[in-house]
Design a binder for this molecule. Structure first.
Ligand code: GDP
Length: 456
């Protein structure tokens, strides 16, 4: 496939030490020849592959910038095409100028993600790896980064490959049976093929189940801190953030808006929202906050319900308690530095209370541990070592695959004719190919030829 030559600034816009203007395509080197004057006085085609070369970018005989140019020739490059990277000075204007010269001499401005798209189109990576590259760039915590790096390494692609092989083996068997009935292969589907299909189905189930955790690790868990005014919600938020962000005050109901912050709990992003105190009030502005709070209770994945251990419980505490969803709540007893005995049995829906003092920073580590255990659902094993899917596209394609696999297995177990499996086999292969971005029918042929000596 011959594509045109694209170029773009590959570093963030702004001022910095260096910026990189990158070109990919078969004209990269001839464009460079027109605009680059190496200090070594060599011609561009004399410069070694994988070399970095000092010199000047020239436009109309004028020096545009002093640069270092990396030369990477196809096919062992990011896109599998010839790539040139111009390291220029990291100013906004100078970088734009270098790009302009490159474009003026024959390159086209690259679309978003086009270098990676080429890496995929030219077969260097599959779709799961292309998606992983985006996740690596957006990765916010160590854990999500390590999941993305596993996927970039090709772990998911390889797993899909193994699953696919079990389906292709069955397809090959059926093809031979149907095409060469005289060979007498009319026995039931061989045991080992059935066993492999069952194994594949179980592995897919595990992958589908891993999605919820994968999504939390990647995107975080939305957490609302709920409680009546003045119980210390903002102070708890600040303790978790370990910095002063929300305005803390002793006047009830002053945290009127909702503040979103992201904190990192053992590698899981917690999207924290501090809500306006939920109470009946005539204050319009505050009412907006109150409405938002109620919405939040419904949309949050986790609720931290706070009560104040220094004051007697009152009607307001119970009103809020009544509207919180109980299967996703952790109780927090704040202000334990001021002792008072509260009857926690009045909150039968909350089975665990974490005692903290946001003011004195007591119990905050405990709270973090509890949140982590809640998120991981008791499974605190290091999931970065396991294959976990984080992408809903993969999940829904795998669900389709598994449905097809289960149909195939039931057709086999009922001893129905083999050609009844054809549609399910195609569905299974298509949905697996959806995950990796391949086309399946050619694979099928290749596989049949590689496994059977059909010409015999
Ligand atoms: P919010 O309205 O629920 O967000 O409560 P704030 O975080 O604004 O806190 C209300 C008041 O309680 C402030 O004066 C805080 O300093 C105080 N406060 C918060 N946490 C504690 C605590 O653990 N101990 C004590 N003694 N005071 C606290």
């Amino acid at each position: 496939m011959l594509l045109d030559t694209i170029a773009a600034i590959s570093t963030p816009r702004g001022e910095g030490g260096i910026s990189i203007v990158r070109m990919s395509g078969s004209d990269s080197l001839s464009i460079l020849e027109k605009i680059f004057k190496p200090k070594s006085e060599k011609r561009v085609n004399e410069l070694r592959n994988y070399s970095i070369n000092f010199g000047h970018i020239i436009d109309n005989k004028q020096i545009v910038d002093e640069v270092l140019v990396s030369i990477m020739k196809a096919p062992n490059t990011y896109t599998r095409e010839d790539i040139v990277e111009i390291n220029c000075h990291g100013g906004f204007l100078i970088t734009e100028k270098v790009l302009e010269v490159v474009l003026k001499n024959g390159a086209r401005i690259a679309e978003i993600g086009e270098f990676t798209k080429r890496a995929f189109l030219n077969g260097r990576i599959d779709l799961t790896q292309a998606e992983a590259i985006i996740d690596v760039i957006h990765g916010k915590t160590e854990k999500s980064l390590s999941l993305s790096l596993n996927q970039l390494r090709g772990d998911l692609r390889d797993k899909i490959g193994v699953i696919k092989k079990s389906v292709l083996d069955l397809a090959a068997h059926i093809n031979v049976v149907l095409d060469y009935p005289e060979e007498g292969i009319d026995d039931p589907v061989p045991e080992n093929l059935v066993a492999n299909l069952k194994k594949a189905s179980n592995e897919i189930k595990e992958l589908i189940l891993s999605y919820n955790k994968g999504k939390i690790i990647k995107d975080g868990i939305k957490t609302a801190i709920i409680g009546k005014p003045n119980v210390g919600k903002s102070s708890i938020l600040n303790s978790l953030l370990r910095e002063e962000r929300a305005i803390v005050t002793h006047i009830p109901g002053t945290t009127r808006d909702i503040i979103e912050e992201v904190i990192n709990i053992n590698g899981i992003p917690l999207l924290l929202v501090d809500t306006a105190g939920i109470r009946n009030t005539d204050d319009v502005v505050e009412n907006i906050g109150v409405e938002k709070s109620k919405e939040l209770i419904n949309s949050a994945d986790l609720i931290l319900y706070v009560i104040d251990s220094s004051r007697d419980l009152d009607e307001e505490d119970f009103k809020i308690y009544d509207i919180i969803n109980t299967d996703k709540v952790i109780g927090i007893l704040n202000k334990i530095d001021i002792k008072k005995e509260l009857d926690l049995s009045k909150f039968p829906k909350i089975n665990k209370w974490i005692k903290v003092s946001a003011l004195e920073k007591l119990g905050i580590d405990n709270l973090e541990d509890e949140i982590y255990h809640y998120i991981m659902n008791g499974d605190v094993e290091d999931s970065s070592q396991k294959l976990v899917i984080t992408n809903v596209r993969h999940k829904s394609a795998l669900e389709k695959t598994n449905e097809a696999l289960l149909n195939i297995l039931s057709t086999i177990s009922m001893g129905l004719p083999m050609d009844l499996m054809a549609v399910d086999i195609k569905d299974a292969l298509d949905s697996l190919s959806e995950v990796t971005g391949e086309i399946s029918s050619e694979d099928l042929l290749d596989h049949i030829f590689s496994n059977f000596c059909v010409g015999k």
